[in-house]
Design a protein around this ligand. Structure first.
Ligand SMILES: Cc1ncc(COP(=O)(O)O)c(C=O)c1O
Length: 453
């Protein structure tokens, strides 16, 4: 998985619509020094995205310095739920900078207090404590730590098992990557923790059996008894698809966790803050987890993440051992508060829900034209995806080619995702309109046709 897009300027057809404007070769020749500098001074792993040097991003658009405008279906990477550079978010940041409080470590601040309270208010009633961090990986690491500490306390030295999911993703740090289920991405760890095990994710496509018995079979096969399990970490929807588990599966899982005193953690890092048409994606299942991991869309901008949970789990450590240098940075906190207010005031989750049928219909039409190559498609709210296949096997090259074609047409996606890099993922800012969605879908459809012609 993961290859570079071409950095060689190419003449592409001119595009000028209400939402897109492509008027130069791509990448623009004048952007090559920046692209080259990045190649020279950054590791190769940073080279995966289409070669567009972002100069400005506002609402649903990304601009370069050369007159080109993309309709954005990336939200960065599912971050800018309230739109890129939302006016309220920018103003909150400016006011905070002008107040001259840019950092305060874990010393108290009004900004952190206000955000913690606001996050508790949008969480289910029993989840009443918030720990602020910086990245999604830190949030999932912290949830693993809290689960294990809790397991040790109630079940002794053996209750440390963590169950993640095959093909799952929770970040790239050691614990988060082990809890994730992308074998190729964690080969560097070598001595994997035998107490971190994986169950099949019941997506109904790669895993045909979607019953909860697959979970029980997986832990039994891993040699773990329920009393040895501290936590289950599940992406509320698995990002690769996006794929939801059946409601009955998740209800069974929640009941099983309760029965065996196992912490149920939903990783909402990409699913939360309105993305799926509900504020939290777990609302689709009708269950409440013990811990929620948040990130990305929490601020629609600056780096911030959070773990939200029950006080009994969150309060396990005395003052000191669960903190971080940038815990609740005040500038990030005001950005998150402004973004949260906008998501709620403008009912952006509702907008996502209302546009879901349009997105599903567009994907269905592409699938009907190319049933062999679009192996699987799905959408919920404003997150969607098409998994490209060839003879039933994941087809990274095709997904990559479609994204490159769209880039040339003024529709922006991040590079393909998924365990095999087979998914073209759709994630516009939640402020997008019906007209812009329709135009994006027709561009995507055209790009798929051209790639398969
Ligand atoms: C579901 C999920 N969890 C965790 C992470 C890790 O977040 P970060 O990249 O901010 O560390 C991601 C990032 O893509 C994610 O999608």
């Amino acid at each position: 998985m993961g290859k570079e897009f071409s950095n060689i300027p190419r003449e592409v057809p001119r595009v000028e619509t209400r939402f897109r404007k492509i008027v130069t070769a791509l990448p623009h020749p004048d952007s090559l020094p920046t692209l080259e500098k990045l190649r020279q001074f950054e590791p190769q792993s940073m080279r995966g995205q289409p070669p567009l040097v972002w100069a400005r991003a506002e609402d649903i658009f990304v601009y370069d310095n050369y007159g080109n405008q993309w309709l954005d279906w990336s939200s960065g990477v599912l971050v800018t739920n309230a739109g890129h550079g939302a006016r309220e978010v920018r103003q909150a940041i400016i006011d905070q900078v002008d107040q001259c409080l840019l950092h305060n470590y874990v010393f108290p601040s009004a900004e952190r207090a206000e955000l913690a309270e606001a996050l508790v208010k949008v969480a289910p009633g029993e989840l009443n404590k918030v720990f602020l961090l910086t990245t999604g990986s830190e949030a999932t690491e912290c949830a693993i730590k809290l689960s294990r500490a809790h397991g040790l306390k109630i079940g002794g030295q053996k209750k440390i098992g963590i169950v993640g999911y095959e093909r799952g993703f929770h970040g790239r740090t050691m614990g988060a990557q082990q809890a994730g289920g992308m074998a190729g991405q964690k080969s560097w760890i070598v001595n994997l923790d035998p107490a971190i095990v994986h169950a099949p994710f019941p997506d109904g496509f790669w895993e045909k059996n979607t019953g909860f018995e697959t979970f029980l079979a997986a832990i039994a096969q891993a040699g773990l008894k329920p009393e040895e399990i501290a936590g289950v970490l599940m992406e509320t929807y698995q990002g690769v698809g996006p794929d939801f588990a059946p409601i009955s599966y998740v209800k069974d899982l929640a009941a099983w966790c309760k029965q065996h005193n196992v912490i149920l953690i939903f990783d909402e890092v990409q699913a939360g803050f309105g993305r799926t048409g509900k504020f939290w994606a777990f609302e689709h299942y009708g269950v409440v987890p013990d811990l929620i991991c948040c990130g990305k869309g929490i601020s629609s901008s600056l780096p911030l993440s959070a773990v939200i949970g029950r006080a009994a789990i969150m309060d396990q450590f005395p003052p000191g051992p669960m903190t971080s240098t940038h815990t609740g940075n005040p500038v990030c906190c005001v950005a998150a508060l402004a973004s949260l207010k906008k998501i709620i005031r403008d009912d952006l989750a509702g907008n996502a829900a209302r546009l879901e049928p349009l997105l599903l219909d567009g994907l269905e039409q592409i699938h009907q034209k190319h049933p062999r190559e679009v192996g699987h498609f799905s959408a919920r709210g404003l997150v969607g995806g098409m998994q490209m296949v060839q003879a039933g096997k994941p087809d990274h090259d095709l997904a990559h080619a479609i994204i490159e074609k769209c880039f040339h047409k003024g529709l922006l996606f991040f590079s393909p995702v998924g365990a095999w890099g087979q998914t073209v993922k759709i994630a516009p800012p939640l402020t997008i309109t019906r007209e812009a969605m329709l135009e994006g879908l027709s561009v995507l459809s055209e790009a798929v046709d051209e790639c398969l012609a």
